[in-house]
Write a protein of this length. Structure first.
Length: 165
């Protein structure tokens, strides 16, 4: 486990100005995610949320109560180029969980300044865009092309060996 201390203030946007976020990476390793704390105001009540998927810095975030979804995504460095534009928020409700779906386009529109406020233990997932060919289809195509290449190579070797006699 490595302790990095405080990472310098990132000028992310005017959205973050009221809470003046400062990241503190508490732990980091190759096989696990990271944990971040946001907010440098004394006596700020923090809540824990998890951000996963196609974002620059996924992990466990300790954020001030009242932080909205767009602020969290911006604080995490924004989305990757591989994001598909949707955001899912999984939240405890009653005996189970509820899942709310948002689009990044709607979250950043000027006429919709009210982004959803996060709650403690929310899980936020930003999915990666789906490739045009699934992984299993790609593996099958690779196997077929390899078998065809080996078969044609075998025919060429056989032809060269028998045509020289």
């Amino acid at each position: 486990m490595k302790a990095y201390g405080l990472i310098p203030y990132l000028c992310l946007s005017l959205v973050l100005a009221p809470i003046q976020p400062v990241f503190a990476e508490l732990k980091s390793c190759d096989s696990c995610g990271a944990e971040y704390s946001m907010g440098d105001l004394p006596k700020t009540v923090l809540m824990r949320v998890q951000l996963i998927g196609a974002v620059s810095h996924s992990g466990l975030f300790n954020i001030p109560k009242g932080t909205d979804l767009l602020t969290l995504i911006t604080t995490a460095g924004g989305i990757n180029n591989s994001a598909d534009g949707k955001v899912f928020v999984k939240r405890k409700s009653g005996n189970g969980y509820s899942i709310a779906k948002y689009t990044l386009e709607n979250l950043i529109r000027e006429d919709e300044r009210q982004t959803p406020e996060l709650r403690s233990d929310d899980i936020i997932y930003v999915p990666y865009s789906t490739p045009p060919i699934s992984d299993s289809t790609f593996k099958i195509l690779s196997l077929i092309t390899t078998l065809c290449s080996l078969t044609l190579t075998g025919f060429l070797i056989y032809d060269r060996l028998h045509s020289g006699q």
